[in-house]
Ligand binder design. Structure first.
Ligand SMILES: [Zn+2]
Length: 544
């Protein structure tokens, strides 16, 4: 403990330190944006000076600020500015008519002139009455003057109207790009639904927000994250220079309420990484490494599985098992090796076990050519990773970040539609990973689900579906493990465990004040725990 008086002292509740011994103490002092003392109230109070603010926790709990192990801050900013096409409880869309109404309201709300893009996000084809994607005709009914685009909840597919297809240069004769598919009608015309890399032609034409608009959108998304207790957010598929520039300007102006670590998409934005000299510079925005997309989403039938989907997708062969979106194994090997050669941390999105197998093989090959470095290569989602693949992950020292929201939001449909009961019960096999000693983190994949980390913890601890069914209860994590997975273990995945992720003297005073302690609360009520304050380096960045 240092002798200087504290700026703020918290006492009178559970201070969940998440240190090596998982100590729960009753007081903590903050000075100069860092933790100055941790321990017994009497000892910590010795740092109280005339200017020290004192907060009586009154039985509430103080935890390290949550660290985002995987999510998309830029896309979340975009979603907040777009039509909300999510089904309840996140949005209001239960049928394609609702979706059309939300899109029309967006044109009015934003006063869009003819020709301006209308963007909606978050629709779920398996959760609308029609049980299908909207097509170009549905979106032409919204407008023929505006290009209209609806992004699927997975962000791995989108639906476009005729004008948007025209602007993107997509017609019936356009060939499918590598790693993508243009869905077609019997006569060959595009239906409007674009899968995976076929979306890039549309993304390339989307308007970039102006400087000030980009800053406002980014700031709104950061404040949204902070309202869930996050003090570090990720942008895990960066390709927009305007978002990065907005973050850097906000950081230099001292206006960022949290830290942002961004991972440029290797295929679209390798140049951003190559141009990045010196990560961080003491700013609140930095590049963390590279992001690879090796397959799509199970709900979108684009995850690359080793065995066919349980119920065949409309218009597909029963043997259809998805496809790799990055291309061949050789191409993936070259990308991972490029990352290892340049010292870029590699995050690889892989949901299907066949895609996971490709990532493991690429990591093994790159490790052989560039051995002996602590890389923390992370498989993002690993939703259907098999037991023997976990053995390989352990052997190679890879990290795994799970998305427990798949159990809650998608679990019932995984069981009945996509995977069948046996594979569905094993999605996100957290217990199997932890029992092998594999570093495990948890994420919300915002904007796929809201950036609500406590709900991710709740889902990992309970493994209950939205229909109320237990799904693979033998794979549950304990509350202690789940809290570690969104604090210290997530910080370690980001190479930030020396500064963040636990309440220990010398670390950043990144804290979240919760109405109750998730380690001792009724596990089924963890997601109801209210975030009462979020503190970033000693400064309050959120109160309800
Ligand atoms: Zn993601």
């Amino acid at each position: 403990m240092s002798g200087a008086p504290a700026d703020r002292i918290f006492f009178g509740g559970d201070v969940v330190t998440v240190d090596r011994d998982d100590r729960v103490v009753d007081a903590v002092a903050v000075a100069g944006g860092r933790i100055a003392a941790v321990g017994r109230r009497d000892d910590v109070m010795a740092l109280r000076g005339p200017g020290t603010a004192v907060t009586d926790l009154g039985g509430r709990a103080l935890l390290p600020g949550f660290v985002d192990a995987h999510g998309h801050l830029a896309l979340t900013a975009q979603k907040l500015a777009s039509a909300n096409l999510s089904p309840p409880p996140i949005g209001r869309v239960t049928c394609i008519g609702d979706l059309q109404r939300e899109m029309r309201e967006q044109i009015e709300r934003r006063d869009l002139a003819p020709g301006e893009w209308v963007i909606g996000m978050g629709y779920d084809d398996t959760d609308v009455e029609e049980r299908r994607h909207p097509d170009r005709d549905d979106l032409d009914a919204v407008s023929r003057e505006h290009p209209v685009v609806a992004l699927h909840v997975s962000a791995h597919l989108l639906a476009a109207n005729s004008r948007a297809l025209e602007v993107a240069g997509i017609s019936g004769v356009t060939p499918d790009p590598e790693g993508g598919r243009i869905r077609r009608r019997d006569n060959g015309d595009a239906t409007g639904v674009l899968e995976e890399t076929a979306m890039n032609a549309v993304f390339a034409r989307l308007p970039q927000p102006s400087g000030q608009e980009a800053e406002e959108q980014a700031l709104a998304a950061m404040e949204y994250y902070a309202s869930f207790g996050a003090t570090t957010a990720q942008e895990a598929a960066l390709f927009s220079p305007s978002f990065m520039q907005a973050c850097l300007r906000l950081s230099d102006a001292g206006e960022m309420p949290l830290d942002v670590v961004a991972y440029p998409l290797y295929t679209l934005a390798r140049g951003m990484l190559a141009a990045d000299s010196g990560r961080g510079h003491g700013r609140r925005f930095r590049l963390g490494g590279m992001k690879l997309l090796t397959d799509g989403s199970i709900q979108g039938y684009t995850a690359y599985l080793s065995r066919p989907y349980h119920a065949a997708a409309a218009g597909r062969e029963p043997s259809y098992a998805g496809f790799p979106t990055f291309g061949s194994q050789e191409k993936l090997n070259a990308a991972v090796a490029d990352g290892y050669a340049n010292g870029w941390q590699v995050l690889a999105h892989a949901n299907g076990d066949a895609a996971i197998g490709m990532v493991i093989e690429a990591a093994r090959a790159a490790d052989e050519s560039h051995p002996g470095v602590d890389r923390r290569t992370t498989i993002i989602h690993a939703q259907t990773i098999r037991e023997e693949q976990l053995d390989e992950v352990r052997e190679l020292g890879l990290y795994v970040s799970f998305f427990p929201g798949h159990v809650y939001y998608g679990g019932d449909r995984h069981r009945e539609v996509f995977l069948g009961p046996e594979r569905a019960a094993r999605i996100n096999p957290m217990r199997s990973a932890l029992d092998r000693g594999i570093p495990v983190t948890l994420h919300h994949d915002s904007p796929v689900t809201p950036p609500d980390i406590l709900t991710a913890v709740w889902s990992a601890v309970n493994r209950v579906t939205s229909g109320g069914r237990e799904l693979g209860p033998e794979q549950r994590m304990t509350p202690r493990e789940a809290v570690r997975a969104v604090t210290i273990d997530a910080a370690r995945q980001l190479f930030e465990e020396e500064r963040k992720g636990s309440i220990e003297v010398g670390k950043l005073a990144d804290l979240v004040l919760l109405a109750a302690n998730p380690l001792t609360a009724d596990p089924m009520r963890i997601r109801e725990i209210v975030v009462e304050e979020t503190v970033k380096e000693g400064e309050t960045v959120y109160v309800p």
